[in-house]
Every structure is written in structure tokens, then in C-alpha cells.
Design a protein around this ligand. Sequence first.
Ligand code: ATP
Ligand code: MG
Length: 220
Amino acid sequence: MITLALSKGRIFDDSLPLLRAAGIEVLEDPEKSRKLIIGTSRPDLRVVLVRATDVPTYVEHGGADLGVAGLDVLLEHAADASAGSGVALYRPLDLKIARCRLSVAVREDFDYESAVRQGSRIRVATKYTHCARQHFAAKGVHVDLIKLYGSMELAPLTGLADAIVDLVSTGSTLKANHLLEVERIMDISSRLVVNPAALKLQREPIRALIDAFEAAVNKA
Ligand code: ATP
Ligand code: MG
């Protein structure tokens, strides 16, 4: 049995067409069912539904053989885990789904450029503390990072922070909250990750699955 970890929402929705192109139908709709383990049209492949940020952990520790996770999640996870288990995830493929970018945004009335130029300390709220720290360190900007787990947009509006580092796709959430994207840190998409031990033990079927995904990505 091969276990694929997906998260509900964007990643699940965007993975379906790739799975379908690889000849795989998922047998249940996670928005309708409460099941956390769902079968597929392939008797030897099942999907487990986990929180987006838990996908790397499942795959690393063998709770799943493969998974789909955003580059944002993978980079933060790798930074958190670097002192820990040391089990590296094999990352063979950019699936080019759930595309967005990691950006710096500020309130429309905050002069980011002069704050940077003057060398002011900037208070930055984010879920992505590792990526944010690296970005500002490389620019030589002094920041106080404030870790949040959601609704980053609220931080500058309430005075909790001057800036946020968050994912942006259309920019409509920023706009609705009178925030301005002032810097693009990196482009984000979701990646296929594989447990290296699983790849060794089930080389043929997992390799075939990776190849099928790759063909589907190239066709899309
Ligand atoms: P939760 O919503 O359960 O707190 P989450 O916010 O991490 O978890 P999603 O919002 O489903 O989960 O995001 C999952 C992944 O999809 C992210 O890690 C990122 O790679 C990608 N993603 C997030 N926001 C966007 C977006 N606006 N556009 C495109 N892709 C996005
Ligand atoms: Mg979300």
C-alpha cells in the first residue's frame, strides 16, 4: 500500500487533475465526507488528509510515503527540523500547483522605503519566521519578528506590526485590508515530497507514480 498525504482545500483541489491525468481517481470528496483516509481507484494507493503544515512531518516519519506541500511549508519545516530528526525529504518534482508568492506588505500609509533607508527597526508579523529572518538579514534590515498562525493582515491594522510577510496570489486580500505589497521574496508552488526509505522499499510503484505525476505536470 502506498500512502499519499494531501491537505484539504487548494492543494487537494489542485492535485486532483494531476492524479486524474495519472489515471487515479480519488473515491471521496473531503469537503463532504469526514473521513481522513480515502481510497483511490488504485487499490494499492490511498490518500490521507492532514493539515498543510503537517505534510512534511507525515512523510518524513513514514506516516505517508509521499505528500504534496507548498514550498513555504517545506522551507519553514526544514528550518525547524534542522536540529531534529535529520531525515531528509526527497523532493523530486515541482507540481506547479497552488502557485503564489511570499511577499512583504505594509499599511498603505507606512513608508517602507524610508524605514529601510533610515535603518529603523521594523516590526514584522508572520507565520514564516525562518524565510522572513533570512530575507531581512540578507538585506541588512533590522526586524523584530512576531510569530502569528493566521490572519497576518490584521497585524498592521491593529498596530501589532509595521509589516507582514505572507503569501499573496491575486492581492485582493491585501487590497481589501488597505495593505500594499512592497517586496516579493520568492515564488511559491507545491512540491511532491517522498520518504527516502519508502522509495527504497517500494521503488517500482513509487517511481512509476513520480513519473506519472511528472508527465501530468508537463502536459498541464
Ligand atoms: P489552514 O488554512 O488550515 O490554516 P494553510 O493556510 O497552511 O492551513 P492553505 O491555505 O490550504 O493551508 O494553504 C496550503 C498551501 O497552499 C500553502 O502552504 C501555500 O503553499 C499554498 N497557498 C496558500 N495561499 C495561497 C494562495 N493565496 N494562492 C495560492 N496558493 C496558496
Ligand atoms: Mg489558509
